[in-house]
Design a protein around this ligand. Structure first.
Ligand SMILES: [Zn+2]
Length: 139
């Protein structure tokens, strides 16, 4: 389960539409609980620095480094990553499966068609790919 506030979810959807036809991306800050639970308290957008941003994403490493520095000693951490699929479904692609370097991070993927966000889904890495996790929206 991934708990996220409605304004945070909206900011991800807005970023996905704004970046279209390229992929938007950013980091999710919050806490993890027992039993595959994530609570997102903050959404940190990042530039997509991939060489082909219409087909893949790479979070600006400076954003990650800055966040880790800021969160040192805090009770929050980088617990997830989000990106969009311009013209694709809200599920991980083969490229995404090849990019699981941190199995503790939750993934949020927003599908965008024609500049319009149509669906957002959450995923957790498992040994051979991803498994869907329910999104619980809170005000
Ligand atoms: Zn993807």
């Amino acid at each position: 389960m991934l708990v996220i506030g409605t304004p945070h979810l909206k900011s991800i959807v807005d970023a996905a539409e704004k970046a279209w036809p390229e992929e938007a991306c950013g980091l999710l800050v919050g806490r993890t609980g027992p039993g595959a639970a994530w609570r997102i308290d903050r959404v940190e957008p990042a530039a997509n620095v991939a060489d082909d941003p219409r087909r893949r994403f790479e979070v600006d490493p400076g954003v990650r480094i800055g966040l880790e520095r800021e969160l040192r000693g805090a009770d929050q951490a980088v617990v997830g990553v989000y990106h969009s699929h311009p013209g694709g479904p809200a599920r991980p692609s083969a490229t995404d499966r090849a990019m699981i370097f941190e199995p503790h991070l939750a993934w949020l993927i927003t599908a965008v068609r024609g500049g319009q966000a149509v669906h957002t889904a959450a995923w957790m890495p498992i040994p051979d790919g991803f498994r869907p996790i329910p999104i619980v929206e809170k005000d």
